[in-house]
Design a protein around this ligand. Sequence first.
Ligand code: ADP
Ligand code: MG
Length: 249
Amino acid sequence: MLSIRDVAVSFGGVAALGGVDLDVETGRVVGLVGPNGSGKSTLLNVIAGVIVPDRGTAVLDGHPLPFGRPEGVAARGIARTFQIPRLARRLTVAQNVIAGGRDQPGESLAALLFRPGAVRAAERQVTARAFEVMRRLGLDHLADHPAGGLSGGQQKLLSMGMALMADPVLMLLDEPAAGVNPVLIEQQVRFIRALASEGRGVLIIEHNMEMVSNICDHVVVLDGGKVIARGTPDEIRRDRAVMRSYLGE
Ligand code: ADP
Ligand code: MG
């Protein structure tokens, strides 16, 4: 579904990515791991249309992704979460989830003026979807609470829900488990596996190797902006280069 080839990025002459290949298939969870500064977030930002690479290609379902245009990438069905959740803290959980959906007819003035019935019906549908998403995340009992009052782990779940509202074909998750308690990590794991079983692709950056093992079909290891290993979680755990990179042997 997604094919990244030879993507290179440098910041002020310093190479953050030195020619990376990566594939994500439909219904697969791919883990992107590696030490701090190895280029993981940079690669995610290239895919998400935030950073324009110096060279390389990204193709989704046979068509090139529009580098440097986050809205264009989102319109192709790619949704993302951030390392630090971006929420409207004073709005409720439900309002945040609803705001995550794209193409809301209520946002078009013409539709509001000329097709108010259609807008109301669409709004009811979006609200129903939002509650379904909150139920899946175990956040439905917090629907009317301000998002800013949630724990860090709940905010990460909420940001995944916001991303799901766009009904993406591919989800990009940047360190969803960092700083999250084990119970909520379990909830994330179930949610992410369910995304894949619905046929979505997931690319997840994660430090927690246990979570990576539980969740990923395939793992790509970056170090110094290059892929040093790829394979199943088991293969990765046994890889010499990965041990050196992680343990500094
Ligand atoms: P990771 O997510 O694996 O920790 P990053 O992709 O954030 O790594 O960073 C890769 C390298 O690029 C690091 O050396 C980092 O300092 C550098 N870098 C990342 N973003 C920027 C930026 N906006 N400007 C300059 N350097 C950056
Ligand atoms: Mg990062």
